[in-house]
Write a protein that binds this ligand. Sequence first.
Ligand SMILES: Cc1ncc(COP(=O)(O)O)c(C=O)c1O
Length: 382
Amino acid sequence: MSRLGTESAFEVLVRARELEALGKEIIHLEIGEPDFPTAPHIVEAATRALHDGWTHYGPPAGFPQLREAVAEDVGSRRGIKVDPGEVVITPGGKPIMFFTILALVEPDDEVLHPNPGFPIYESMINFVGGRAVPYRLIEDRDFDVDVDEIIGKLTDRTRLVILNSPQNPTGGVMSRTQVAALAEALAGRDVFVLSDEIYNRLIFEGDHTSLAQFPGMKERTIILDGFSKTYAMTGWRMGYGVMRSDLARQVALLMTNSNSCTASFSQVAGIEALQGDQRSVDVMREEFRRRRSVIVDGLNRIPGFRCRTPHGAFYVFPNITGTGKTSHALADAMLNEAGVACLSGTSFGKWGEGYLRFSFANSVENIQKALAHIGEWAEKNL
Ligand SMILES: Cc1ncc(COP(=O)(O)O)c(C=O)c1O
């Protein structure tokens, strides 16, 4: 257990709630979830499913109807052929990280992962006794990966490479050239790739590129995706993985040994989410685009902060070295003194030092208020 890490967004949320209980006003820019309600047609599908008796256990890998719907959606959006037998439905996308790392990584196997990056990757690699090998995402490249660095870190012991695009915490999006170069480098190597594409519908410029689209790559790629971010369904716990059918069977076995299955009525609503009206997805993305410019412009006006425009997801990752503070100290000051909850860049690994992460999944009004508080704090303290 001592090897297991955590996700500090949840810890900061608890601290923020404690301050609120003491009467302090806190603006929440720490947690990564859309602030929109789930679209009514999806809620109605779940309500109907409950009344129709979808209240029992289902198959560990998910209901065939949903697996088919996911296969169709993932396949058509990426231009690949996906068989329903290659899909496993899980309670959220996160279990796909947990299960694939558990299924594939043996002690001392090396796993390449992004740093700064989603902290659960490193936590799980360490948990199973693997060796976590970080690769860097840098501001000067707009937080796109540098495939040459990844290639330079591949060894005979590399078992898995983890990709995440659009990326949490930086909002970076992998360019097609980088993904293509990686596909070329991995051809002929015995390496799997966990491609976390949970934010793929939240791209502001350009298109999403999946490694699975390149010749020979689908067989070695595990696509992680889900409903949480795209359809504002974080609390429903609905996600999925797309992978080779033999691996899918192993992951389903891990489901049998842990959750048994994903909630049945949630799965029925998932079919509606994928096949029903998609307008809510576009509306959310356009609203996020509006908020993105408000927060980027606002942060760039505050002394000590320098913020790039993220190309995807709903996070900004400003450089705060100009404040002369460490990320951790500044994140604490933001919460305790400015009343703005955010995360230290180091919550995403050592190379997050010098940065903060703000989520812009909050109203323009609250973002403006947060910017005003941070601006006042900076005037007084820097
Ligand atoms: C990069 C990334 N992958 C996966 C997840 C997990 O999503 P879910 O809520 O579907 O488990 C998150 C959630 O914050 C995330 O940021």
